[in-house]
Design a protein around this ligand. Structure first.
Ligand code: C2E
Ligand code: CA
Ligand code: CA
Length: 759
């Protein structure tokens, strides 16, 4: 999965998480609230139910109480004897029934009927009344009396637990004729507890009359009644209302008499134990859930923000990983990724895609860096990158590979477009860059490789572009070179040479030959120059001009150089009295360990340092001049002679002759051979000789191939001559022989010595 997809997936997961957390909290919250609400509601409901039950029970109990109160006088031997069909002791009845039941037990009306149901006694409002007043109650009380006196059917609804018949089995079953009944009835439209009970003996059953009198009492369920009832039930505002209350907090229970008459609504303020749940806990929990929800959302939002930041940071890290810090361009990794993608894709016909890969390398960037400083160098790189980028053609992909090296990938481009690319690069760099307070003119070398022609993997393509770039540099820079297989072969050869050279060095296959240097004045051999030789087993002699650069590039040069120096010191010890010149590669010369090595060799071989001439080319003087100067000074102070080799061949500058102190100048052989043909060469040689001698340096002419060369160089005033005319480079045994013959006078044989010299 790609990083971008990863991020998207992560965001999706987060969104899903947010949804599920929200849903979870919401559903949990709703559930919790529902449970609390249900608990509150159910606590309230069951409290009401309980109160209703209590009220019902209390009403039932009031019937039982009325009967119990009646019982205290009705079931009494004395009552039986004082209330008979023949005689009624009204004083007794007033005291024990009328007053007693109304005063003591607050019955409102008391009646006594005889066995036939005719009223014989009435008492209410604190006074005995004429028994006939019972008639106004007769109809209302008829169902009750029917129940007690019989035989009528029980039409009234019975109430549970009321003065149960079984409790008084003795009286009821003992033949005393004990009977009773209690109900709540509507009396004159008012609710009342009514009770009826036969008056029978409680001790002497013999007194039991055939048809006993019946005590009837009416207690109105009025305000006072309800107040008492309410107090005992802790319902202080219990009241009877005609209609159900609809005020908040009040409950009503319809109050129906046992004969089915609706008496009104019993109403009271309900205790609502669930209200604390509903009014306090429910809102608190709701608040808690809201807070928890808010907190969760807050956390999730932060998570989301954090993840967004993370994704952004990740993206910037990804960007950094694929881009170059200095220029902001894609880096090597990104470029190769891009190239690999392109190489992996195919055209519509299934054929590989065509593309150009090119290295663009700033020429002599190192010199710019060295002379103008790294800051300017960095700024230049940035400007170059910006200019390349802004001029980029559609479909081209530009990257910086580090240092001064850029790479470009041109899609859908083949060999035909190489010229266009090289023109584009040239145009891009046509204007100078304004950096470091001046205009810097920049040229580039471009190495180009094509796919599929030059390779189908990024590794091969880049290597081939690199080889082409190397070729462009070798061809004098400021040009674009398209890779050819021959270039690869050359590189391959170089690689082979390098391997063989290493082996040759290790197995002692290298040799040193010497070429004599003669005095222009006497013709005597004054010295020799050491020249390294390599005879390859297969390829034969390989010229140092070919393998020395390879050794320099591959890092072999210091080892070869040290080996040559050792040989030179060894051989110099054989040839006292002459100088031995040795070539030092710039690579060798730049090594700070050179003076120490020379010192060691001097000590080891006992050769005077004055007999050793160190030859360096002007190339050495081109870079890090301070260090070069220091090393030059050091070796000269150690007594070694120095010679400026190949003078006039490279970047010759007369300034070098003034700035650096050399013992000798070796005029390059190209000048020596030109002097015969060209006046200019002659003038230059003469000038150099004059200048050099003026600065106290000896002048050596190299490449003296003919007697004419020798005569001319002698005439120009050179001090020493070297070349095939005198001798070819030869093994040290040859020099041994030359030095043995030195005693014979050469002036006898050589005509060049007879010409008048300028020496
Ligand atoms: P050089 O230092 O200029 O050495 C002189 C070269 O000129 C030698 O080539 C020599 O054989 C050649 N030569 C001498 N007289 C004549 C002549 O009259 N005509 C012509 N045409 N050539 C002549 P060689 O040995 O092939 O060396 C080539 C170069 O390789 C040397 O140029 C030197 O720069 C380098 N070289 C040789 N040996 C060493 C070495 O031990 N160390 C280093 N660093 N460089 C070496
Ligand atoms: Ca030389
Ligand atoms: Ca030379």
């Amino acid at each position: 999965m790609s990083p971008a997809e990863n991020t998207r997936q992560y965001k999706r997961d987060l969104r899903r998480l947010m949804t599920s957390v929200t849903v979870a909290i919401a559903s949990f919250g709703v559930m919790l609230l529902a449970i609390i609400a249900y608990a509150g509601w159910s606590a309230n409901t069951s409290a009401v139910e309980r109160e209703q039950q209590l009220v019902a029970n209390a009403l039932n109990r009031s019937i039982t109480r009325a009967l119990n109160e009646q019982k205290s006088v009705a079931w009494w031997d004395q009552a039986v004897t004082n209330i008979t069909d023949r005689r009624i002791d009204f004083d007794f009845v007033d005291a024990n029934f009328g007053y007693f039941l109304t005063d003591t037990y607050a019955h409102d009306e008391v009646y006594i009927l005889n066995g036939a149901g005719a009223p014989v006694y009435a008492f209410f409002e604190e006074a005995r009344q004429t028994p006939a007043v019972f008639q106004r109650r007769a109809a209302d009380l008829a169902p009750l009396l029917a129940e007690v006196i019989g035989p009528g059917p029980a039409t009234l609804q019975s109430r549970p637990g009321v003065f149960a018949q079984g409790d008084y089995r003795f009286l009821a079953g003992g033949g005393t004729g004990a009977k009773w009944g209690g109900h709540i009835l509507s009396i004159d439209g008012k609710a009342a507890v009514v009770a009826a009970m036969t008056i029978v003996p409680n001790v002497d059953t013999a007194l039991a009359p055939a048809s006993p009198h019946v005590l009837v009492s009416v207690s109105y369920i009025d305000e006072g009644f309800l107040a008492r009832l309410g107090q005992s039930l802790l319902l202080p505002d219990l009241s009877l209302r005609p209609t159900a209350a609809d005020e908040n907090g009040l409950v009503s229970q319809s109050f129906v008499a046992d004969d089915g008459v609706r008496l009104g609504e019993l109403t009271w303020t309900a205790k609502r134990p669930g209200d604390v749940l509903l009014n306090v806990i429910l809102p608190l929990v709701a608040l808690g859930i809201l807070l928890a929800g808010g907190l969760a959302i807050h956390i999730l939002m932060r998570l989301k923000r954090a993840s967004a930041e993370l994704a952004q940071r990740e993206a910037s890290t990804r960007h950094q990983a694929k881009h170059d810090m200095l220029s902001g361009l894609p880096n090597r990794t990104y470029f190769l990724e891009q190239l690999d993608t392109l190489l992996a894709s195919r055209g519509p016909d299934g054929a590989p895609l065509h593309a150009i890969v090119a290295y663009i390398d700033i020429d002599r960037f190192k010199d710019i860096n060295d002379t103008l400083g790294h800051d300017v160098g960095d700024r230049l790189i940035t400007s170059v990158a910006a200019r390349l980028q802004s001029n980029l053609r559609a479909g081209d992909f530009l990257a910086r590979f580090g240092g001064d090296e850029f790479a470009i990938l041109c899609e859908n481009a083949g060999a035909d477009e190489v010229a266009a690319l090289s023109q584009w690069v040239a145009r891009t760099f046509a204007e100078p860059f304004l950096e470091g307070g001046g205009a810097i003119r920049v040229t580039t070398s471009v190495g180009v490789a094509l796919t599929p022609e030059n390779g189908d993997t990024s590794e091969i393509l880049m290597r081939h572009a690199d080889i082409a770039l190397y070729e462009a540099k070798a061809n004098g820079r400021d040009c674009a070179v398209l890779f050819t297989p021959e270039m690869a072969k050359t590189v391959e050869t170089r690689r082979k040479v390098e391997l063989d050279l290493r082996a040759a060095l290790e197995s002692g296959k290298l040799d040193v030959h010497y070429q004599t240097i003669v005095s222009a004045g006497t013709g005597q051999v004054t010295g020799v120059e050491a020249l390294v030789r390599w005879r390859h087993e297969v390829r034969g002699d390989i010229a140092p001009a070919l393998f020395i650069p390879i050794a320099e590039e591959s890092g072999l040069m210091p080892a070869i150089g040290e080996w040559v120096l050792r040989r030179v010191f060894e051989d110099a010890a054989r040839w006292p009295g002459i100088e031995v010149a040795v070539n030092l590669s710039p690579v060798q010369f730049r090594q700070s360990s050179l003076p120490a090595l020379l010192e060691r060799l001097v000590a080891e071989y006992g050769v005077s340092s004055e007999r050793i001439v160190l030859e360096i080319t002007e190339g050495v003087l081109l870079d890090s001049s301070d260090r070069t100067q220091a090393i030059l000074d050091t070796v000269r102070s150690m007594g070694f002679k120095t010679a400026l080799d190949d003078f006039g061949a490279g970047y010759s500058s007369l300034a070098h002759l003034c700035n650096y102190k050399f013992d000798k100048i070796k005029i390059d052989r190209s000048f020596v051979s030109e002097t015969i043909k060209k006046e200019a060469a002659r003038s230059i040689v003469q000038a150099v000789v004059k200048l050099g001698r003026g600065l106290g340096m000896d002048i050596v002419a190299e490449g003296v191939e003919t007697e004419i060369d020798a005569i001319q160089m002698r005439q120009f005033g050179c001090n020493e001559l070297q070349g095939f005319f005198f001798s070819r480079p030869m093994p040290r045994a040859g020099i041994d022989a030359v030095l043995r013959d030195r005693t014979s006078d050469p002036s006898e044989k050589a005509t060049w010595l007879k010409v008048a010299a300028n020496v």
